[in-house]
Design a protein around this ligand. Structure first.
Ligand code: GDP
Length: 139
């Protein structure tokens, strides 16, 4: 079934100029980009995005990191896009990420792990609408 998922190329990856290399992996997987933009979040915007993690010990550090520089947010579409993108991203901690995954290739550590992808249908809908309105999405 065709799905949409939210992708973020995080500040560590944008800063190292590997946005294009990551987008190539996404496109080679057959996922279609139906919306995309570069933004630099405020602390409040990062806190809003990661609100589900607000009780976690790393919340402050994570939200500082996510607003430390620009990110590239996009909406990816395809059959089973949510699970397929999670698989392509690899494990949260790059030490545990499989060969061939984005995080294995690019992540620096468990926090600066280069990419975000929605983890379910409901979260994808909430996360997409956090960054994009209907007019900004193709199709
Ligand atoms: P994801 O779905 O694989 O991105 O992982 P989670 O939803 O569990 O965590 C969200 C994000 O928080 C991760 O992508 C990391 O950037 C960060 N994160 C997760 N676990 C840790 C941790 O133990 N320490 C720190 N500093 N950051 C973490």
């Amino acid at each position: 079934m065709s799905e949409r998922t939210l992708s973020i190329i995080k500040p560590d990856a944008v800063e190292r100029n590997v946005t294009g290399a990551i987008l190539k992996m996404i496109q080679d997987e057959g996922l279609k980009v139906v919306a995309m933009k570069m933004i630099h979040m405020t602390k409040e915007q990062a806190q809003g995005f990661y609100a589900v993690h607000r009780e976690r010990p790393f919340f402050d550090s994570l939200t500082d990191f996510m607003c430390s520089g620009p990110v590239v947010v996009s909406v990816l579409e395809g059959d089973g896009a949510i699970a397929r993108y999670r698989k392509l991203m690899g494990a949260t901690n790059p030490e545990n990420a499989d060969e061939g995954t984005i995080r294995k290739q690019f992540a620096l550590d468990v926090e600066k792990n280069s990419v975000h992808g929605s983890d379910g249908v409901e979260t994808a809908a909430v996360e997409i609408s956090y960054f994009f309105n209907r007019l900004e999405m193709v199709g």
